[in-house]
Design a binder for this molecule. Structure first.
Ligand SMILES: Cc1cc2nc3c(=O)[nH]c(=O)nc-3n(C[C@H](O)[C@H](O)[C@H](O)COP(=O)(O)OP(=O)(O)OC[C@H]3O[C@@H](n4cnc5c(N)ncnc54)[C@H](O)[C@@H]3O)c2cc1C
Ligand SMILES: NC(=O)c1ccc[n+]([C@@H]2O[C@H](COP(=O)([O-])OP(=O)(O)OC[C@H]3O[C@@H](n4cnc5c(N)ncnc54)[C@H](OP(=O)(O)O)[C@@H]3O)[C@@H](O)[C@H]2O)c1
Ligand SMILES: Cc1cc2nc3c(=O)[nH]c(=O)nc-3n(C[C@H](O)[C@H](O)[C@H](O)COP(=O)(O)O)c2cc1C
Length: 609
């Protein structure tokens, strides 16, 4: 909770300062000379604007970003807004949070779902409390869920929260589907339901075209204490620079196009540990040329060093001291298309003229189609927007880091066993490449492209849901394409442990001699009797053959292993494949058995879009 001390306030002169919790009025009793500050009378007066608490459960920043949109618009509509990271809501702070929630006119929760219908990391303690017997959760509220219909447990967390929270439901639950257009779903709910529903609670509106005060202040120079990390970006603080010792192409035939899949081995930095098939979190680096062109365009000194500060108990959004160049390389998302609400904010920094008009238009309701054509489909990130489209906007460095979205880490399922490789971890990375359908420009994914070229990376480890059963229990692994990553790790572990249970792998790729990843290793495991392998080459024949087709053909084997021998099943790779594989499994062993396996944690899936 940000409060300024009376002395700080006195030094600011006679003014009304609005913070997130209170309004302070400073009266001068006589001289305005700062040396007489002690004679000044400082009175605290309650902020009379209705309180709007905005909570986020977010893994990759979408829900958090949308909270900032609600905050900006809420302030303009006369609310006293507070954005709250659910990471902070735990047993010790529970009472304080409940008190704060009861005082608010509205508590809005933006909740993403992760894993298999599970909470995001930052909301896991909160959800545990919510699921426990306590019936404290009674306050005026509403919920918007963020999810993806490709996942079986669509928006499970949003729905859970909507069901469990008691107290007045101010507006109906809303939800967004990341498989289609999540931002549009959110805007429809926000503008058509949420603001309409709580508008009557608002204070006098304060819409302004002036740029907002920056929450993160830049202090140039080196000497600053180590900042307290902001929990929502703690991955920046946890990541350690790690050396890549092997970076090898593993597609057998790369001649037929631009595809590339890399086998990467990274030395674990001191103090970093992992469990077999955990996730490696990698901080991408923006391409050098892009960073340099933005620096040149905005006239920054790339080597200048700065620290971050802010009001109250400031929590830094990334580690400082840092240089301008390093910050724009690691912490600012320069490539991903900004949201419409980001463009609305950016318009406040533009001088009167064509750019401002365009940004205002694109962020308006009427400009939706134009936004889709000019920004989304063309994949125009903030760097291109500033250097090529709106060249009259001259942002200061401080403004830029406050306006632009944070660059998010990407996750890779570790493809090695920690007992076989205790000092290194392996990743199997498909390099995202394509041609932009609007501009015709070739592009490479920011993180996979960075990993493909580098000999070191900023890395942290995150727990995954992959666990092995007892050594005598059989396992069935389904991992086409890069979905092979955790299966390779599990196989290394099982072989190392001399596990007696059968290991059955269903692997799929396009062609036998093109993209059969880790073929030699698989053949060796088969030759040594460690593994039974079932292959689906999708493009060797006229009709596509996928892993789920082969699974159905091997229905009797799967049924016997699952129903009679208690086999655990692992599925990893693309979401669409995962959904089809679970359908095939249900066809083979029945819906009830699959549900039972899910409840017991014997069906483990890690799927990505
Ligand atoms: C838990 C988990 C585990 C994962 N494990 C693995 C793994 O083991 N191996 C693996 O390879 N991946 C894995 N992934 C996926 C990985 O995290 C990344 O999503 C993937 O590497 C793409 O990231 P990127 O930064 O390279 O691409 P991004 O830059 O994020 O691009 C992503 C998409 O944006 C679009 N795009 C980007 N640039 C442009 C442009 N200029 N024009 C038009 N469209 C564009 C494309 O649709 C592209 O596919 C995993 C994901 C999760 C969540
Ligand atoms: N630009 C391209 O043309 C291109 C091509 C290949 C790979 N890539 C890169 O490869 C990455 C993914 O590679 P990957 O190795 O993980 O996987 P992948 O090569 O895309 O797919 C692995 C195998 O799964 C099959 N498959 C597709 N849809 C499926 C479904 N619903 N159910 C079951 N199987 C299905 C594929 O068949 P089919 O592909 O035959 O349908 C292929 O045989 C992408 O991110 C991309 O960067 C790009
Ligand atoms: C590994 C992974 C697992 C996911 N699991 C689910 C899920 O079980 N149910 C769902 O509805 N959405 C699921 N999603 C989709 C996310 O909830 C969705 O993309 C959301 O917008 C992410 O919000 P965030 O960026 O704030 O974390 C998953 C996404 C990923 C990458």
């Amino acid at each position: 909770m940000d409060k300024l001390s009376p002395i700080t306030l006195a030094a600011t002169g006679c003014t009304l300062i609005v913070t997130s919790v209170a309004v302070y009025k400073v009266f001068f009793s006589g001289s305005k000379d700062s040396s007489t500050a002690s004679k000044e009378v400082v009175e605290e007066v309650e902020d009379t604007r209705p309180k709007l608490n905005i909570y986020f459960g977010s893994q990759t920043g979408t829900a958090e970003g949308l909270c900032r949109v609600v905050e900006r618009e809420g302030k303009e509509r006369g609310f006293n807004c507070e954005v709250i990271d659910l990471e902070d809501w735990e047993e010790d702070s529970h009472e304080e949070f409940i008190k704060n929630a009861k005082k608010a006119a509205c508590n809005v929760f933006l909740m993403a779902t992760y894993g298999e219908g599970e909470p995001t990391d930052n909301a896991s303690q909160f959800i545990k409390l919510l699921k426990s017997e306590t019936d404290d959760f009674e306050f005026p509220h509403t919920v918007f869920g963020l999810g993806n219909t490709q996942y079986e447990f669509y928006n499970a967390m949003g729905k859970l929260l909507d069901k469990k929270l008691s107290g007045e439901k101010l507006v109906p639950y809303g939800e967004g589907d990341d498989d289609k257009n999540l931002e549009e779903d959110f805007e429809n709910w926000k503008d058509g339901v949420f603001w309409d529903g709580i508008g009557g609670l608002a204070g006098p509106s304060e819409e302004s075209n002036a740029k907002p005060e920056n929450a993160n202040k830049v202090v140039w120079g080196k000497s600053a204490p180590t900042p307290t990390p902001n929990p929502s970006t703690k991955f920046y603080f946890d990541a350690k620079s790690s050396t890549i010792t092997v970076n090898r192409e593993i597609l057998a035939d790369t001649s037929k196009g631009a595809n590339s899949t890399k086998h990467i081995e990274v030395t674990l930095p001191k103090g970093m540990k992992y469990n077999t098939a955990d996730n490696a979190g990698i901080l991408p680096h923006n391409p050098k040329a892009l960073v340099n062109s933005l620096i040149a365009h905005l006239g920054f000194d790339g080597s200048a060093t700065f620290s971050l500060s802010g009001s109250g108990e400031y929590k830094s959004i990334f580690p400082t001291p840092s240089t301008v160049h390093s910050t724009l390389t690691k912490y600012v998302d320069l490539l991903a298309p900004p949201r419409r609400s980001d463009l609305k904010l950016l318009a406040k920094y533009a001088p009167e003229g064509l750019s401002k008009d365009m940004l205002v238009r694109l962020s308006s309701k009427e400009g939706k189609q134009e936004y889709e054509d000019k920004i989304l489909k063309s994949y125009v990130g903030i760097a291109t927007l500033l250097t090529k489209k709106c060249t009259d906007i001259k942002l200061s460095f401080e403004d830029l880091i406050n306006v632009a979205p944070r660059l998010q880490p990407r996750y890779y399922t570790i493809s090695s066993s920690s007992s076989v490789h205790p000092k290194s971890l392996h990743m199997t990375v498909a390099v995202t490449k394509g041609v932009n359908s609007e501009s015709g420009d070739k592009y490479v994914g920011v993180c996979s492209g960075h990993l493909a070229e580098t000999s070191e990376c900023d890395m942290f480890v995150k727990e995954s849901s992959f666990k092995l059963p007892s050594d005598s229990t059989p396992i069935i692994m389904v991992g086409p394409g890069t979905g092979i990553a955790p299966m390779r790790a599990l196989m290394q572990e099982r072989v190392n442990r001399k596990a007696k249970g059968r290991n059955v792998l269903f692997f799929g790729c396009r062609k036998k001699n093109e993209d059969w990843l880790y073929r030699e290793e698989m053949e060796e495991w088969v030759d040594k009797g460690n593994m039974e392998l079932h292959l689906a080459f999708s493009r060797e024949q006229k009709e596509k053959v996928y892993v789920q087709n082969v699974m159905e053909n091997k229905g009797e084997l799967i049924k016997d292993l699952v129903a009679n021998q208690g086999a655990w099943v692992y599925v990893c790779g693309a979401t669409r494949m995962g959904a089809d594989v679970v359908k095939a499994l249900k066809f083979v062993v029945g819906d009830a058995k699959v549900k039972d396996m899910q409840d017991k944690g014997e069906l483990i899936q890690e799927l990505w879009a």
